[in-house]
Write a protein that binds this ligand. Structure first.
Ligand SMILES: Nc1ncnc2c1ncn2[C@@H]1O[C@H](COP(=O)(O)OP(=O)(O)OP(=O)(O)O)[C@@H](O)[C@H]1O
Length: 316
């Protein structure tokens, strides 16, 4: 792939299965993509499509069956040393969908935010730890007097801020944010997204953002990958994906997004994507860079058709 951006994560021919024998279920396959340093890369797809499975594989929680995951130039799936694992667990943090379930209700906010600092010895003195925690608390918009309270004393949005503080205090290079706003009130979703963007501007952190709705990720993503049934069907920079979608499934997802401009609404085709039209075994589809930075999962016949259409439209 031709680009001048630095790659932080690279997934090559990734396959992940659960169970074995006749109960084996392939949850993720043929997955190939790179995430660039400092960007927000979104993985979007319906429930059960494999988004969380990919996120958990990058975090080292889900074992992979085939392929490689490279992080900062080193392979991190398969057998790795405890030392490397420990180092990666600081560098890659996670923010969860449900801030109520992911925070220990018997621990104070002070302890929750400090836990990683303790595990990694990331402070010089007690004074230094308290200073770090208070600064972080302020960064996420909570008050110093809230430090010794417990998660259940906070609203959903505040709890998610605690979850963000816990992740970001580790100064991670990559944060996997798995539907971080889905459980929140619509009114506070934008605030939480703005908070995440603020950290990205200040710390240069990279986000892998997982969502089931394209409209949610439009304004925060640099690039978007659309996943269905464990396969990435299309990947493109955000505006490119919204204006020039190529795969019929992306078209279908986009037609479900409310379009305020009737002019655009009229020109948009309402595809019904029938996945059974793909016979993966015989078709042997590939993830092809159909135009610079824009990838589509397609077989040879589809590739020829897409290329012809793009040429006719003067896009390539
Ligand atoms: N530990 C597991 N054991 C067996 N099957 C699993 C396991 N984890 C996930 N799966 C299956 O793998 C598929 C992908 O699940 P995954 O959680 O990655 O989907 P998702 O896209 O994140 O969905 P959601 O939006 O609902 O979280 C699903 O069919 C799920 O049932």
């Amino acid at each position: 792939m031709a680009n001048d951006k630095e790659t932080i994560v690279s997934l090559k021919d990734l396959q992940i299965s659960f169970g074995s024998g006749k109960d084996k279920f392939v949850a993720v396959q043929d997955v190939n993509f790179d995430i660039f340093k400092g960007e927000t890369f979104s993985l979007v797809g319906e429930s059960g499509s494999g988004k969380t499975t990919i996120g958990r594989a990058i975090l080292g929680i889900n074992p992979t069956e085939k392929g490689t995951i490279t992080f900062e130039g080193e392979q991190i799936n398969g057998k790795i040393s405890e030392k490397k694992k420990h180092s990666i667990e600081r560098k890659i943090q996670m923010i969860f969908q449900d801030p109520s379930a992911s925070l220990n209700d018997r621990a104070t906010v002070d302890y929750i935010i400090s836990e990683g600092l303790y595990n990694y010895g990331l402070f010089d003195s007690e004074e230094d730890r308290v200073k770090k925690v208070r600064t972080m608390l302020e960064e996420v918009g909570l008050l110093p007097e809230q430090l010794y309270r417990y998660p259940h004393e906070f609203s959903g949005g505040q709890r998610q801020r605690i979850g963000i503080a816990r992740a970001l205090i580790m100064q991670p290079d990559l944060v996997v944010a798995d539907e971080p706003i889905s459980a929140l009130d619509v009114s506070i979703r934008a605030q939480v997204l703005n908070l995440l963007k603020k950290f990205q501007r200040e710390q240069g952190v990279t986000y892998l953002f997982i969502a089931h709705d394209l409209s949610v990720v439009r304004f925060i993503s640099d690039r978007i990958a659309v996943i269905r049934a464990g396969r990435i069907l299309e990947l493109a920079p955000t505006e490119e994906l919204f204006t020039n979608p190529i795969h019929p499934y992306t078209e279908a997802l986009l037609s479900a997004v409310p379009v305020p401009d009737p002019q655009i609404a009229r020109t948009r085709k309402s595809y019904v994507y029938d996945p059974s039209m793909h016979h993966y075994e015989t078709d042997k589809p590939k993830f092809v860079e159909i135009k610079p930075g824009h990838f589509v999962y397609c077989n040879e016949e589809e590739q020829a058709r897409y290329t012809k259409e793009l040429k006719e439209q003067g896009q390539i």
